[in-house]
Design a protein. Structure first.
Ligand code: SF4
Ligand code: SF4
Length: 348
Protein backbone atom coordinates (compact mmCIF):
# COMPACT_ATOMS: atom_id res chain seq x y z
CA UNK A 1 0.00 0.00 0.00
CA UNK A 2 1.42 3.38 -0.83
CA UNK A 3 0.29 6.94 -0.25
CA UNK A 4 3.03 9.31 -1.29
CA UNK A 5 2.37 12.96 -0.58
CA UNK A 6 2.31 13.48 -4.37
CA UNK A 7 -0.44 10.90 -4.79
CA UNK A 8 -2.41 12.30 -1.83
CA UNK A 9 -2.24 15.82 -3.25
CA UNK A 10 -3.23 14.71 -6.71
CA UNK A 11 -6.17 12.63 -5.38
CA UNK A 12 -7.41 15.55 -3.29
CA UNK A 13 -7.22 17.87 -6.28
CA UNK A 14 -9.09 15.44 -8.54
CA UNK A 15 -11.77 14.68 -5.94
CA UNK A 16 -12.47 18.42 -5.61
CA UNK A 17 -12.72 18.99 -9.37
CA UNK A 18 -16.35 18.92 -10.52
CA UNK A 19 -17.92 16.90 -13.36
CA UNK A 20 -15.41 14.08 -13.45
CA UNK A 21 -15.86 10.31 -13.59
CA UNK A 22 -14.46 9.61 -10.11
CA UNK A 23 -14.82 5.82 -10.31
CA UNK A 24 -13.70 3.34 -12.94
CA UNK A 25 -13.82 -0.43 -12.98
CA UNK A 26 -11.53 -2.26 -15.32
CA UNK A 27 -12.50 -5.86 -16.07
CA UNK A 28 -8.96 -6.83 -17.00
CA UNK A 29 -9.69 -10.38 -18.10
CA UNK A 30 -12.60 -12.61 -19.00
CA UNK A 31 -10.81 -15.67 -17.68
CA UNK A 32 -11.75 -17.14 -14.34
CA UNK A 33 -10.77 -20.20 -12.34
CA UNK A 34 -14.06 -20.36 -10.38
CA UNK A 35 -17.60 -21.32 -11.38
CA UNK A 36 -19.83 -19.15 -9.18
CA UNK A 37 -23.45 -20.05 -9.64
CA UNK A 38 -24.63 -16.46 -9.98
CA UNK A 39 -22.02 -15.51 -12.60
CA UNK A 40 -21.76 -15.85 -16.36
CA UNK A 41 -18.08 -14.97 -16.74
CA UNK A 42 -16.72 -18.49 -16.44
CA UNK A 43 -19.39 -19.82 -18.81
CA UNK A 44 -18.10 -17.61 -21.62
CA UNK A 45 -14.37 -17.22 -21.12
CA UNK A 46 -12.33 -15.20 -23.57
CA UNK A 47 -8.55 -15.18 -23.89
CA UNK A 48 -8.27 -11.93 -25.83
CA UNK A 49 -6.84 -9.18 -23.66
CA UNK A 50 -4.94 -5.93 -23.91
CA UNK A 51 -1.17 -5.96 -23.52
CA UNK A 52 0.57 -4.51 -20.47
CA UNK A 53 1.59 -1.39 -22.41
CA UNK A 54 -1.95 -0.87 -23.71
CA UNK A 55 -3.29 -1.09 -20.17
CA UNK A 56 -0.76 1.47 -18.97
CA UNK A 57 -1.79 3.78 -21.82
CA UNK A 58 -5.41 3.30 -20.79
CA UNK A 59 -4.57 4.11 -17.17
CA UNK A 60 -2.92 7.33 -18.37
CA UNK A 61 -6.18 8.21 -20.12
CA UNK A 62 -8.20 7.61 -16.94
CA UNK A 63 -5.73 9.73 -14.99
CA UNK A 64 -6.12 12.61 -17.45
CA UNK A 65 -9.87 12.25 -17.24
CA UNK A 66 -9.79 12.81 -13.46
CA UNK A 67 -10.62 9.32 -12.16
CA UNK A 68 -9.63 8.96 -8.50
CA UNK A 69 -10.57 5.38 -7.72
CA UNK A 70 -10.13 2.26 -9.80
CA UNK A 71 -11.27 -1.31 -9.24
CA UNK A 72 -9.34 -4.01 -11.08
CA UNK A 73 -11.47 -7.11 -11.52
CA UNK A 74 -12.54 -9.58 -14.16
CA UNK A 75 -12.78 -12.63 -14.30
CA UNK A 76 -9.93 -13.08 -11.90
CA UNK A 77 -7.40 -10.31 -12.59
CA UNK A 78 -4.70 -12.23 -10.73
CA UNK A 79 -4.65 -14.73 -13.60
CA UNK A 80 -2.79 -12.10 -15.63
CA UNK A 81 0.96 -12.68 -15.62
CA UNK A 82 1.59 -8.92 -15.55
CA UNK A 83 -0.76 -8.12 -12.69
CA UNK A 84 2.08 -6.79 -10.49
CA UNK A 85 3.14 -4.32 -13.15
CA UNK A 86 -0.46 -3.20 -13.65
CA UNK A 87 -1.10 -2.73 -9.93
CA UNK A 88 2.18 -0.89 -9.41
CA UNK A 89 1.36 1.49 -12.26
CA UNK A 90 -2.27 2.00 -11.28
CA UNK A 91 -1.54 2.64 -7.61
CA UNK A 92 0.77 5.52 -8.51
CA UNK A 93 -2.29 7.53 -9.61
CA UNK A 94 -5.44 5.96 -8.24
CA UNK A 95 -6.87 4.48 -5.08
CA UNK A 96 -6.54 0.97 -6.45
CA UNK A 97 -8.61 -2.01 -5.36
CA UNK A 98 -7.93 -5.50 -6.70
CA UNK A 99 -10.39 -8.37 -6.49
CA UNK A 100 -9.59 -12.03 -6.00
CA UNK A 101 -11.92 -14.93 -5.29
CA UNK A 102 -9.45 -16.06 -2.63
CA UNK A 103 -7.71 -18.63 -4.80
CA UNK A 104 -4.66 -16.69 -6.00
CA UNK A 105 -3.88 -13.94 -3.51
CA UNK A 106 -1.29 -16.03 -1.67
CA UNK A 107 0.48 -17.14 -4.82
CA UNK A 108 0.56 -13.51 -6.04
CA UNK A 109 1.11 -11.89 -2.65
CA UNK A 110 4.10 -9.86 -3.82
CA UNK A 111 2.06 -8.42 -6.67
CA UNK A 112 -0.50 -7.14 -4.17
CA UNK A 113 1.79 -5.17 -1.88
CA UNK A 114 1.26 -1.86 -3.66
CA UNK A 115 -2.51 -2.17 -4.01
CA UNK A 116 -4.43 0.19 -1.74
CA UNK A 117 -7.05 -2.50 -1.08
CA UNK A 118 -7.32 -6.19 -1.83
CA UNK A 119 -10.88 -7.50 -1.80
CA UNK A 120 -11.35 -11.21 -1.26
CA UNK A 121 -14.82 -12.42 -2.14
CA UNK A 122 -16.35 -14.66 0.49
CA UNK A 123 -20.08 -14.92 1.08
CA UNK A 124 -20.58 -16.75 4.33
CA UNK A 125 -18.83 -18.29 7.33
CA UNK A 126 -20.52 -21.56 6.43
CA UNK A 127 -17.88 -23.53 4.53
CA UNK A 128 -20.28 -25.84 2.74
CA UNK A 129 -22.54 -23.01 1.64
CA UNK A 130 -19.66 -20.88 0.39
CA UNK A 131 -18.27 -23.76 -1.68
CA UNK A 132 -21.76 -24.31 -3.12
CA UNK A 133 -22.04 -20.64 -4.13
CA UNK A 134 -18.55 -20.54 -5.66
CA UNK A 135 -18.99 -23.92 -7.34
CA UNK A 136 -15.52 -25.00 -6.19
CA UNK A 137 -14.79 -27.31 -3.24
CA UNK A 138 -12.16 -25.82 -0.92
CA UNK A 139 -12.89 -22.21 -1.91
CA UNK A 140 -13.90 -21.22 1.64
CA UNK A 141 -10.70 -22.54 3.19
CA UNK A 142 -8.54 -20.82 0.56
CA UNK A 143 -10.32 -17.49 1.00
CA UNK A 144 -10.11 -17.61 4.81
CA UNK A 145 -6.44 -18.50 4.62
CA UNK A 146 -5.74 -15.70 2.14
CA UNK A 147 -7.54 -13.12 4.28
CA UNK A 148 -5.65 -14.15 7.40
CA UNK A 149 -2.23 -14.24 5.73
CA UNK A 150 -2.62 -10.96 3.84
CA UNK A 151 -3.83 -9.28 7.02
CA UNK A 152 -0.81 -10.59 8.96
CA UNK A 153 1.50 -9.40 6.17
CA UNK A 154 0.18 -5.85 6.53
CA UNK A 155 -1.59 -5.81 3.15
CA UNK A 156 -4.85 -3.90 3.38
CA UNK A 157 -7.20 -6.81 2.78
CA UNK A 158 -10.96 -6.72 3.11
CA UNK A 159 -13.67 -9.30 2.66
CA UNK A 160 -16.38 -8.75 0.11
CA UNK A 161 -19.60 -10.77 0.45
CA UNK A 162 -22.35 -10.64 -2.15
CA UNK A 163 -25.58 -10.20 -0.21
CA UNK A 164 -28.27 -12.54 -1.49
CA UNK A 165 -31.25 -14.41 -0.06
CA UNK A 166 -28.81 -17.25 0.69
CA UNK A 167 -26.77 -15.27 3.23
CA UNK A 168 -29.03 -12.35 4.17
CA UNK A 169 -29.58 -13.67 7.68
CA UNK A 170 -25.83 -14.00 8.26
CA UNK A 171 -24.54 -10.63 7.04
CA UNK A 172 -24.61 -8.87 10.41
CA UNK A 173 -22.75 -11.69 12.23
CA UNK A 174 -20.40 -12.04 9.27
CA UNK A 175 -19.56 -8.32 9.51
CA UNK A 176 -19.08 -8.58 13.27
CA UNK A 177 -16.77 -11.59 12.86
CA UNK A 178 -14.37 -9.90 10.44
CA UNK A 179 -14.43 -6.34 11.78
CA UNK A 180 -13.66 -7.62 15.27
CA UNK A 181 -10.50 -9.16 13.77
CA UNK A 182 -9.49 -5.90 12.10
CA UNK A 183 -10.61 -6.99 8.61
CA UNK A 184 -13.00 -4.53 6.93
CA UNK A 185 -16.06 -5.63 5.01
CA UNK A 186 -17.38 -4.09 1.82
CA UNK A 187 -20.46 -5.42 0.12
CA UNK A 188 -21.88 -6.44 -3.21
CA UNK A 189 -25.55 -7.13 -3.78
CA UNK A 190 -26.82 -10.04 -5.83
CA UNK A 191 -28.33 -8.91 -9.13
CA UNK A 192 -28.48 -10.28 -12.64
CA UNK A 193 -28.11 -8.77 -16.10
CA UNK A 194 -31.32 -8.11 -18.02
CA UNK A 195 -31.52 -9.79 -21.46
CA UNK A 196 -29.76 -7.75 -24.14
CA UNK A 197 -28.42 -8.20 -27.67
CA UNK A 198 -25.25 -6.34 -26.90
CA UNK A 199 -23.57 -5.50 -23.64
CA UNK A 200 -20.06 -4.70 -22.52
CA UNK A 201 -19.55 -7.73 -20.30
CA UNK A 202 -22.02 -10.38 -19.22
CA UNK A 203 -21.78 -11.05 -15.48
CA UNK A 204 -24.88 -11.56 -13.30
CA UNK A 205 -26.87 -14.74 -13.91
CA UNK A 206 -30.46 -15.16 -12.79
CA UNK A 207 -30.67 -17.65 -9.93
CA UNK A 208 -33.97 -17.92 -8.09
CA UNK A 209 -32.46 -18.96 -4.76
CA UNK A 210 -30.12 -15.92 -4.76
CA UNK A 211 -32.83 -13.30 -5.36
CA UNK A 212 -33.69 -11.27 -2.29
CA UNK A 213 -37.35 -11.92 -1.58
CA UNK A 214 -37.47 -10.71 2.02
CA UNK A 215 -37.33 -6.92 1.71
CA UNK A 216 -38.04 -6.40 5.41
CA UNK A 217 -35.08 -8.58 6.40
CA UNK A 218 -32.86 -6.64 3.98
CA UNK A 219 -34.02 -3.34 5.50
CA UNK A 220 -33.25 -4.74 8.97
CA UNK A 221 -29.72 -5.62 7.82
CA UNK A 222 -29.29 -2.02 6.60
CA UNK A 223 -30.43 -0.70 10.02
CA UNK A 224 -28.11 -3.08 11.85
CA UNK A 225 -25.12 -2.07 9.69
CA UNK A 226 -25.84 1.62 10.28
CA UNK A 227 -25.87 0.94 14.00
CA UNK A 228 -22.69 -1.11 13.80
CA UNK A 229 -20.89 1.68 11.95
CA UNK A 230 -21.34 3.90 15.00
CA UNK A 231 -19.73 1.31 17.24
CA UNK A 232 -16.84 -0.07 15.24
CA UNK A 233 -14.51 0.48 12.31
CA UNK A 234 -14.40 -1.55 9.14
CA UNK A 235 -18.00 -1.40 7.89
CA UNK A 236 -17.30 0.01 4.44
CA UNK A 237 -20.66 1.25 3.26
CA UNK A 238 -22.07 4.73 3.61
CA UNK A 239 -25.28 5.59 5.48
CA UNK A 240 -26.54 7.18 2.28
CA UNK A 241 -26.16 3.86 0.43
CA UNK A 242 -27.81 1.90 3.26
CA UNK A 243 -30.71 4.38 3.36
CA UNK A 244 -31.17 4.06 -0.40
CA UNK A 245 -31.19 0.26 -0.18
CA UNK A 246 -33.71 0.34 2.65
CA UNK A 247 -36.01 2.62 0.70
CA UNK A 248 -35.79 0.34 -2.32
CA UNK A 249 -36.41 -2.91 -0.48
CA UNK A 250 -39.25 -1.55 1.66
CA UNK A 251 -41.01 0.75 -0.80
CA UNK A 252 -39.60 -0.06 -4.23
CA UNK A 253 -38.37 3.55 -4.57
CA UNK A 254 -35.03 4.51 -6.09
CA UNK A 255 -33.80 7.69 -4.45
CA UNK A 256 -30.85 8.05 -6.83
CA UNK A 257 -30.35 8.73 -10.51
CA UNK A 258 -27.91 6.48 -12.27
CA UNK A 259 -24.55 8.17 -12.85
CA UNK A 260 -23.28 5.78 -15.54
CA UNK A 261 -20.83 7.54 -17.88
CA UNK A 262 -21.03 10.52 -15.59
CA UNK A 263 -19.55 9.68 -12.19
CA UNK A 264 -18.41 6.21 -13.22
CA UNK A 265 -17.48 4.09 -16.21
CA UNK A 266 -16.46 0.56 -17.06
CA UNK A 267 -13.65 -0.77 -19.23
CA UNK A 268 -13.56 -4.38 -20.43
CA UNK A 269 -10.72 -6.82 -21.17
CA UNK A 270 -10.44 -5.55 -24.75
CA UNK A 271 -10.38 -1.88 -23.79
CA UNK A 272 -13.98 -1.16 -24.72
CA UNK A 273 -15.74 1.42 -22.56
CA UNK A 274 -19.33 1.74 -21.44
CA UNK A 275 -21.33 3.40 -18.69
CA UNK A 276 -21.83 0.04 -16.97
CA UNK A 277 -21.20 -3.59 -17.86
CA UNK A 278 -24.86 -4.15 -18.78
CA UNK A 279 -24.88 -1.46 -21.48
CA UNK A 280 -23.33 -1.67 -24.91
CA UNK A 281 -19.76 -0.47 -25.51
CA UNK A 282 -19.63 3.13 -26.71
CA UNK A 283 -15.97 3.85 -27.34
CA UNK A 284 -12.49 2.51 -26.76
CA UNK A 285 -10.29 3.51 -23.83
CA UNK A 286 -7.87 5.08 -26.32
CA UNK A 287 -10.54 7.42 -27.68
CA UNK A 288 -12.20 8.14 -24.36
CA UNK A 289 -10.73 11.62 -23.81
CA UNK A 290 -12.34 12.98 -26.98
CA UNK A 291 -15.56 11.03 -26.54
CA UNK A 292 -16.07 12.20 -22.96
CA UNK A 293 -17.18 15.69 -23.91
CA UNK A 294 -19.07 14.68 -27.08
CA UNK A 295 -22.76 15.28 -27.74
CA UNK A 296 -23.24 11.51 -28.01
CA UNK A 297 -21.99 11.01 -24.44
CA UNK A 298 -24.20 13.87 -23.26
CA UNK A 299 -27.24 12.09 -24.73
CA UNK A 300 -26.19 8.77 -23.22
CA UNK A 301 -25.82 10.35 -19.78
CA UNK A 302 -29.37 11.64 -19.99
CA UNK A 303 -30.63 8.22 -21.04
CA UNK A 304 -28.69 6.38 -18.31
CA UNK A 305 -29.83 8.80 -15.61
CA UNK A 306 -33.40 7.60 -16.24
CA UNK A 307 -32.47 3.91 -16.30
CA UNK A 308 -33.70 1.67 -13.49
CA UNK A 309 -32.68 -1.71 -14.86
CA UNK A 310 -30.21 -2.82 -12.24
CA UNK A 311 -29.39 -2.80 -8.56
CA UNK A 312 -25.66 -3.59 -8.63
CA UNK A 313 -24.42 -2.06 -5.41
CA UNK A 314 -21.23 -0.50 -6.77
CA UNK A 315 -23.25 1.45 -9.33
CA UNK A 316 -25.68 2.63 -6.66
CA UNK A 317 -22.79 3.81 -4.50
CA UNK A 318 -21.09 5.60 -7.43
CA UNK A 319 -24.41 7.23 -8.38
CA UNK A 320 -25.17 8.40 -4.86
CA UNK A 321 -21.66 9.77 -4.42
CA UNK A 322 -21.31 11.48 -7.73
CA UNK A 323 -20.04 14.99 -7.09
CA UNK A 324 -17.52 16.98 -5.12
CA UNK A 325 -19.85 17.40 -2.17
CA UNK A 326 -20.50 13.66 -2.14
CA UNK A 327 -16.78 12.92 -2.06
CA UNK A 328 -16.58 15.00 1.11
CA UNK A 329 -19.66 13.17 2.43
CA UNK A 330 -17.94 9.80 1.90
CA UNK A 331 -14.90 11.06 3.80
CA UNK A 332 -17.10 12.28 6.68
CA UNK A 333 -19.14 9.06 6.72
CA UNK A 334 -16.02 6.89 6.69
CA UNK A 335 -13.86 9.22 8.76
CA UNK A 336 -12.97 6.66 11.42
CA UNK A 337 -11.91 4.18 8.73
CA UNK A 338 -10.06 6.84 6.74
CA UNK A 339 -8.01 7.93 9.76
CA UNK A 340 -6.89 4.37 10.46
CA UNK A 341 -6.09 3.82 6.80
CA UNK A 342 -4.03 6.97 6.51
CA UNK A 343 -1.98 6.12 9.58
CA UNK A 344 -1.36 2.58 8.21
CA UNK A 345 -0.37 3.96 4.82
CA UNK A 346 2.11 6.38 6.37
CA UNK A 347 3.71 3.54 8.33
CA UNK A 348 4.24 1.44 5.18
S1 SF4 B 1 -18.09 -14.19 -9.56
FE1 SF4 B 1 -15.93 -13.67 -9.90
S2 SF4 B 1 -14.83 -15.47 -9.12
FE2 SF4 B 1 -16.91 -16.13 -9.43
S3 SF4 B 1 -16.93 -17.01 -11.52
FE3 SF4 B 1 -17.56 -14.85 -11.68
S4 SF4 B 1 -15.69 -13.73 -12.13
FE4 SF4 B 1 -15.09 -15.76 -11.34
S1 SF4 C 1 -29.28 1.55 -13.88
FE1 SF4 C 1 -27.35 2.44 -14.61
S2 SF4 C 1 -25.84 0.91 -14.07
FE2 SF4 C 1 -27.82 -0.13 -14.06
S3 SF4 C 1 -28.18 -0.92 -16.12
FE3 SF4 C 1 -29.07 1.11 -16.09
S4 SF4 C 1 -27.43 2.44 -16.85
FE4 SF4 C 1 -26.46 0.52 -16.19
Amino acid sequence: MRLSSRKALSLTKRSLTPNKPYHAQWLLTRRCNYCCRDCNVWRQQDESELSTEEIKMGLDVLHKLGVIEIVLSGGNPLLREDIKEIIDYSSKYFITTVYDNGSMALEKIDALRNADFVAISLDTLNEKKNDYIKGVPGSWKKAMNAIETLHEEGIFVGVSPTISQLNLGEIVDFTRYFTSRGVPVWYCLYWYDYPSESRLFEIGKKQDDFEITDGKAMADVCDALMKMKKERQGVFITDKTLTALKQFFLKGQRIWKCGALQSFLMVDHQGQVSGCHVREPVTSIFELLDAWSSQEFGNLRKEFSKCDRCMYLCYIFYSLHANVLSNLEVLRDQWKNARTLLSKMRKN
